[in-house]
Design a protein around this ligand. Structure first.
Ligand code: KIV
Length: 258
């Protein structure tokens, strides 16, 4: 699974055979320029889910319910999950949390909307965590992550993202759950992995998480390309006649002098 936030990105990832595209609320940082996912709205998510679903091809499109779209009550959560599907074209939704939101997961699932869970480091709770910290390192914290995993599974989630959880804990959870785990910063033993599009492609230099692997340096390539373009314009080597359109110049004879 990789994140995608627009039509072009979805086309590219789908062409590579990536089976699941996540319209993550991480778009708050890498697309909208916020410092966290907290300011992201339902309207943001619906708009970007629509872009991705139009480019997704065969891929499954999962869209995040953003902060405060599901915490107030289960009815609002269901309405918002429905919007991501009806207006955004998503196939399934993802929401953060375990024991605390299990009832809401159950209501959404019962309404016919497949839910992917997300536990461990849940970025919408960054202020409660006091920062982006690995979760589950102590005995009590590991037990909390475990309880969250069981809660979302029992509530009917079809898969669960484990974010920033120590590998041994992720391994145990993966072995004992009956639904697949998808890891990000959760080691090699999860059933699947998810990465953020911009981290993988080297498009976002503000912050590169320890768990991200960079497969390309597109920001550097793009900067070099724009520099070259600006230079070509300044030196008159762009555009050439091959990059321009011709006409019968006699037709210009009667144009006024100005
Ligand atoms: O929003 C996002 O990109 C995510 C992934 C980090 C799993 O939720």
């Amino acid at each position: 699974m990789v994140t995608a936030y627009d039509y072009t990105a979805a086309r590219i990832a789908d062409a590579a055979g990536i089976p699941i595209l996540l319209v993550g609320d991480s778009l708050g940082m890498v697309v909208l320029g916020y410092e966290s996912t907290i300011p992201v709205t339902m309207d943001d998510m619906v708009r970007h889910a629509g872009m991705v679903s139009r480019g997704a091809g065969a891929a499954l499109v999962v869209a995040d319910l953003p902060f405060m779209a599901y915490q107030v009550d289960a009815n609002e959560a269901m309405r918002n999950a429905g919007r991501l599907m009806q207006e955004g074209g998503a196939h399934t939704v993802k929401l953060e949390g375990g024991v605390a939101i299990a009832g809401t997961v159950r209501r959404i699932v019962d309404a016919g909307i497949p839910v992917m869970g997300h536990i461990g480091l849940t970025p919408q709770s960054v202020n409660a965590f006091g920062g982006y910290r690995v979760q589950g390192r102590t005995k009590a914290a590991a037990r909390r992550v475990w309880d969250d995993a069981i809660a979302v599974q029992d509530a009917g989630a079809y898969a669960v993202v484990l974010e920033c959880v120590p590998s041994p804990l992720a391994k145990v959870i993966t072995e004992r759950l009956t639904i697949p785990t998808i890891g990000i910063g959760a080691g090699p033993d999860c059933d699947g992995q998810v990465q953020v599009f911009h981290d993988m492609l080297g498009l976002f230099a503000d912050f590169v998480p320890k768990h991200a692997r960079r497969y390309a340096n597109l920001a550097d390539d793009a900067t070099a390309a724009f520099r070259q373009y600006a230079n070509d314009v300044r030196t008159g080597t762009f555009p050439t006649t091959a990059e321009s359109f011709t006409m019968n110049e006699a037709l210009l004879a009667d144009l006024p002098d100005g």
